[in-house]
Design a binder for this molecule. Structure first.
Ligand code: F3S
Length: 394
């Protein structure tokens, strides 16, 4: 792999131990995947933030990196943490968990990362441009920026995104190369999709195509929130990091689909996906916001619960920035009046909800429905916002 003179200096330890360690990690990765060089990135997004996921070893590693003076070279956001960084106590998180979580957050802050713990950085001030190279680590965010914005990132792991943020570069392979961004399988969608159908479709297609690049036909229109739900579910049930939607996503018109494998998704296929994902019946809690809710999604829930009283807890997970806007708009007050909460900085999967006494969680997200049984030992109720709210109003 070619290293320029500046990279060589870092590689030879002239800029300190941590930068040497980080560039070596990137070079090793590049050599495994056949990269020719390191390329500059515009931004990074680092995962592995929750104390639940990384535990003491991860926390101590990050503190060591911060203690040794590592600083990020590009705009870097962090993924959701294991709890709301402000209201953890009222939500029931333990003091012990909070102390450890805050040590992790402090390490990231000392490295110069922006402490807005979210999987939708593109809704909160970290938006790459078309064809910009970046190094992001959260699978739904990766899918969104590759597919909907047309930026370029591989599916980074926590350590490689951290290394990229500190060096400001990433190895040039995979989805950074035009030839690897081509559609590999055509998916004809026969149903007109509504709300949670996007997650159901994503779940189904991710399972079928695994890590291939799907090219969707038959989708006439799609809102940004719908595309984020679709991509998130495909990245969870499969390892889809890029998809194209005919007439909608920016690189779709560049694809040649002649001779590609074809899949058709019918009404009954989607109904079967709902059946598979619904493993529970009576929810103990309803949680929206996977990926983190946009202001429009928060407003939808606020309207749905306005003037009603909920008999079960309801959370909407989102970024701190969206919560601030929701406060200003009065959405938070409407939701709280009904008995729900807007929860920032975390989500139903990376927070220890199983330790808060919940056994069955209801979601409208295909990704959350896919992950909750394994990550949080939850039974799942997977339906649309209106159906779920209907289940929990008094
Ligand atoms: Fe985001 Fe958590 Fe879902 S990180 S995509 S809300 S599982």
């Amino acid at each position: 792999m070619y290293l320029g003179p500046d990279d060589e200096k870092i590689f030879n330890g002239e800029e300190g131990e941590i930068r040497e360690k980080m560039i070596k990690l990137l070079v090793n990765l590049g050599e495994i995947y056949g990269a020719d060089k390191l390329i500059p990135i515009g931004s990074a997004q680092v995962s592995g933030i929750s104390y639940k996921s990384i535990g003491d070893p991860g926390m101590e590693f990050l503190e060591d990196v911060a203690d040794k003076g590592a600083k990020v070279r590009v705009l870097t956001y962090i993924n959701p943490a294991g709890m709301d960084l402000e209201n953890w106590r009222e939500l029931g998180f333990s003091e012990d968990f909070a102390v450890h979580q805050m040590r992790i957050i402090d390490a990231f802050r000392r490295m110069g990362m922006v402490i807005t713990a979210t999987c939708t950085p593109y809704l909160s001030g970290n938006v790459p441009r078309f064809r910009e190279h970046v190094a992001w680590a959260e699978s739904s965010a990766i899918s969104f920026i590759n597919s909907v914005i047309g930026a370029r990132t591989n599916r980074e792991g926590g350590p490689s995104a951290l290394a990229a943020s500190i060096i400001g570069k990433t190895p040039n392979y995979g989805l950074h190369l035009e030839e690897n961004r081509r559609a590999e399988v055509v998916v004809d969608v026969e149903r007109e999709l509504k709300e949670s159908d996007w997650g159901a479709l994503g779940y189904l297609v991710g399972k079928m195509v695994k890590n291939k690049i799907p090219y969707f036909r038959g989708i006439k229109n799609a809102r940004v929130d719908e595309l984020k739900a679709l991509g998130a579910a495909m990245a969870a049930s499969g390892a889809v990091a890029l998809y194209h939607v005919e007439g909608i996503t920016p690189e779709a018109h560049l694809q040649s689909i002649d001779g590609l494998e074809r899949i058709t998704v019918t009404d009954s296929d989607l109904e079967k996906a709902y059946e598979t994902l619904n493993t529970g019946k009576e929810p103990d809690i309803v949680i929206f916001g996977c990926p983190h809710a946009s202001i429009e999604e928060i407003n939808t829930v606020a309207k749905a619960v306005e003037g009603k009283r909920l008999k079960k807890p309801l959370w909407i997970c989102t970024s701190r920035a969206m919560k601030e806007v929701a406060n200003r708009m009065g959405y938070t007050q409407t939701i709280e009046k009904a008995g729900g909460k807007i929860v920032a900085d975390t989500c139903m999967v990376v927070s220890p909800i199983e330790e808060l006494g919940f056994k069955t969680t209801a979601v409208n997200s295909g990704k959350a429905a896919c992950y909750l049984p394994g990550f949080c030992k939850q039974n799942v109720v997977f339906k649309s916002v209106d159906e779920l709210i209907g289940m929990v109003v008094e």
